[in-house]
Design a protein around this ligand. Sequence first.
Ligand code: SF4
Length: 176
Amino acid sequence: MTSPIKRLPAPAQHIREAYRQLVAEIDELARELATTRFPNVLQCRPGCDECCMCFSVLPLEAAILAEAMKDVQLPKHGNTEKCVLLSGGLCQVYTARPIICRTQGLPLGYVDEFAGTIEVSACPLNFTDDYSFGEDDLLYMDDFNRRFVKLNHEYCRCVGLDPGGRIPLAGFYQNK
Ligand code: SF4
């Protein structure tokens, strides 16, 4: 049976361009934060796959990953908790990896405007539980996430998919 991921229609050019632009902005900000705020703190390096868990993505990112996977052979690593796109501790679609993968390792900030609070999520390999973050230390994801959700909606509207239908990356094993 053909994998549902393989059947995802390719995103239209303008959606693909907008996604590319969004990812470039996130990468740039992440790079700047890592080098200016945490030059000697981050332990992130090739081969560290601690945050590469078997998760799911929204249809737009699944379609983009499906394209990137066309010529990639996935060896089965047998660890059901880990992302199926890993091989030897390395991501097989690194340049096309989802947004969530581009920001791991850095302290992420999520603003709750009603409560007047900022929720912080940070990698325990890089930061201790009591690490004291300043507001400028955080990579704020709310606007990026909003833009991505909007793009995903547009893609799903164009191709007739449920925008909330998350797609497990484990489905790539069937992507033959
Ligand atoms: S897509 Fe790549 S970077 Fe993201 S969790 Fe999977 S292996 Fe890790």
